[in-house]
Structure formats: structure tokens, C-alpha cells
Design a protein around this ligand. Sequence first.
Ligand SMILES: C[S@@+](CC[C@H](N)C(=O)[O-])C[C@H]1O[C@@H](n2cnc3c(N)ncnc32)[C@H](O)[C@@H]1O
Length: 434
Amino acid sequence: MASKNFDNAKKAKADEFYTQLSDIEKELKNYKAQFKNKVVFCNCDDPETSNFYYYFVSNFDELKLKKLITTHFELDKPSYKLEYYGGADVKGDKETVIKRAIKLGQKTKLKQNFQQGSQADLFEVEPIRSYSGDFRSPECIELLKLSDIVVTNPPFSLFREFVSQLIEYKKKYLIIGNVNAITYKEIFKLIKENKIWLGQSIHSGDREFQVPESYPLKAAGFRIGPNGEHYIRIKGVRWFTNLDYTERHEDLILYKNYDENEYPNFDNYDAINIDVTKDIPMDYAGNMGVPITFLDKYNPEQFEIIALGIVGSVEFSCNKEMEILKDGKPTGKTTMNAKGTLYIKSKDKTKAAFRNVKTGEYYDSIYARILIRNLKPVHNIQRKIFSYCINDSIPLIIFINKLSLELWPYIEFATIAINTFFLIINIIFYKVFN
Ligand SMILES: C[S@@+](CC[C@H](N)C(=O)[O-])C[C@H]1O[C@@H](n2cnc3c(N)ncnc32)[C@H](O)[C@@H]1O
């Protein structure tokens, strides 16, 4: 097991993407109160390079932290942990602050003998003897147990393991990952159970990370900074967390009405397909398949997550034999149930992905949908009121009159009173102005 872990970690050493300080600041500002008196653990963070370490040392007093612990992984030399208890003069640029922390923590001495660490007043450095600082090593797990919140950008290749360890030890966390992690079975389960959600600050576009100078220059979005540092832009970056913030409890404003021609049903699951999250109809109470980026807008009080729209996560209702098409043309190969994805009848057979072997019907494969349900769909009556206001721009008096009529079946007595009252006002207005 240990050797398997170590092999994985070796692979992960290719994950050297250093998070920018500005991205850390934008996200962390949402959780300030939640850090008060907490032990923060950055467990994939070499203090010499990590902006997470720099951020927490520099903002230690502002956040009222109790302690900061940092460990990192070294492939071919022993690692060390650096702890900070607050109170030192740590203002200044990154280089100054890190140099000072390391000097105070006597890193140099410990790196030479790798014996049990001696203690400085405010910083403490100790070597980690096993697995070179692997976050799964016994020593790092002991540190994890002592900490309250884990904040880092872990190696993406070990993302599942990293998250499952956080869950196992019931920790709070704020970590960076790729949006595709949502489709991992283990991660999706946690999302559905409301144990992990996306952070506040990143919902689209790409983000820039610093990379070691050995990284190939030819990658798209590559840039060299003013001091020769190498940067690369990465798409699909998201924060994953179980720290709460206000915006995730705000309803997504919906403005469209359900129309069966616009929202086709999947053929193999009882749900309608929605291509863009903002197009979710406000008045549809049934199941809906939405893109995974829906989670950027997800409010658990507004929507219920049912499942991931792929085989293994949901039971598909029919199992048709289909010919696989390439650019709308036959390939001679067949599949059952569109390779395990949701599918809808194709409107344009030149773009279709599958053809039913028996009936000749064409289908589009709809990949990576999250199946959801609106917990507070707008009812017919509310929809009508909404459309009176928005579309008809009718005089207020007539609108109120219509509204009272609409409410008739629900609050009969009140309706009669309101209706009569406004009818009289209507008549008076009519008499006065005509
Ligand atoms: C994506 S980088 C992020 C580094 C840093 N957290 C930051 O954001 O600037 C992931 C880091 O995890 C380290 N790493 C790889 N495998 C690890 C392991 N098994 N345990 C702890 N850290 C590991 C890598 O060396 C790398 O520095």
C-alpha cells in the first residue's frame, strides 16, 4: 500500500501548478469569520513557493487564527513541517516573509541532520520522516487530526483520495480542483449529499498558475512574467468547499416558461433537456437534465439534485440497439443505450450521434447532465400574474382586477370583496374620465 501511494505521489509530482495570491484572496474573503480561532493546515504547500502559506502567515492576525501548519511533498529528499503560532513580524513581500519564517523555524539546521526538531518561539520546523510529506502519510494524518480547516490546491491526479481523506476525518476544507471532478462518482455523491459545493469566486473562464521553469513552453496560454517566471492558463478551475457563504443560498432568477417544443424529453429517462442553466423554466415541476456548470448557480433550497445523467448513476428506461454515427454517417458499430448517456430525438440527422437499428430514428447523445428538480416551481397562477406584468404592461387597476379573479378558487371570500371593491373603483374611474 505504502509503495503504491508513493508511486501515485511520484506521478503527482507533475502537478506543479502554483496558485496565484489574488485568486486565494478573492475566495478567502468570503469566509473570514469561519477562520477565527482555527488551526489551518496547508498540506500540499511548500512554504518556499506556496501563496497559501504566504496568505495565512500575512493574514494570521486579521483572520484571528490559532495556528498554521504547512507540509509538502518531496520526491527525493525528506520534507519538513512548518508551524506558525502568530505574533511574529511577518509583514512584507513574500520572499522576506518566507525567509524570516524559515530562519525563525531553523529550517537549515534541521534539513542537515533530520533529527527531531528544536523549537523556535513562534515558528517551528520539524522533519517528516515517512513518505516525504505525502498528505496520506501517518505523520501528515496526525497533523490533519489536529487541524480544523484544510486549505490548499492538492495534486489533481490525487483529488478523489484527497477529498475522501478530508471526509473521513470530518474536516472543513477549501481546495482547488477541476470542474470535471463533479462527474467523479465519489465527488458527485458528496455534492448530492450537500457535503461539498463549489466556492464563491470562480464560475467561468480560466485561471493562471505559476509553473516550474522546466514546464514545456509550447502549451496554449503560456506566458513568461517580468522576472522570468513561467505561467500557464488552465480552464475549468473551481474551488470546492464545505464552508458556507451567503450567495449559495440565493435563488437563481428564472425567467422562461416551459414549452414542450423548446425542452424535449430524453428518450431513456423521464426528464427534459436543458442546454443552458439560465434557461431552466420557472414553472416546470418535473425532472430536468442540466449541464454540470449548473452547480455554479446551485442553491440547495431551490433545487434538489437527483442524480448524474450517466449509466450507473441512473436507471435508463429503455435499452435500444443503436448504430454509432460519425458526423452523421454510419460506422457499422453498434451500442446499447447510446454508450450509457442520456439521449434525445435528433432534429438534424447530419449531426446525430446514433441511429436506432430497428426504427431508423436518429438521436443526439447528451453528455454530462445533472438531473435536478425545482423545489419551488412557479405555479400556473403566479406565472400568469408574472406574464400580465411583464408582457402586457396593462394598467394597474385592470391587473389587480384580473388578479382577484385569478385568485377566486383559492380565497373565495376575499376575492369577492377585492373584486367588488375594484369593480366599484373601476366604475368610478370610468365615470370620472369618460
Ligand atoms: C497543484 S500543486 C499546488 C501547490 C500549492 N498548493 C499551490 O497552490 O501553490 C500540488 C502540489 O502538491 C504536491 N504533491 C504531490 N503529491 C503530493 C502528496 N502525495 N502529498 C502532498 N503533496 C503532494 C506537489 O508537489 C505540488 O506542489
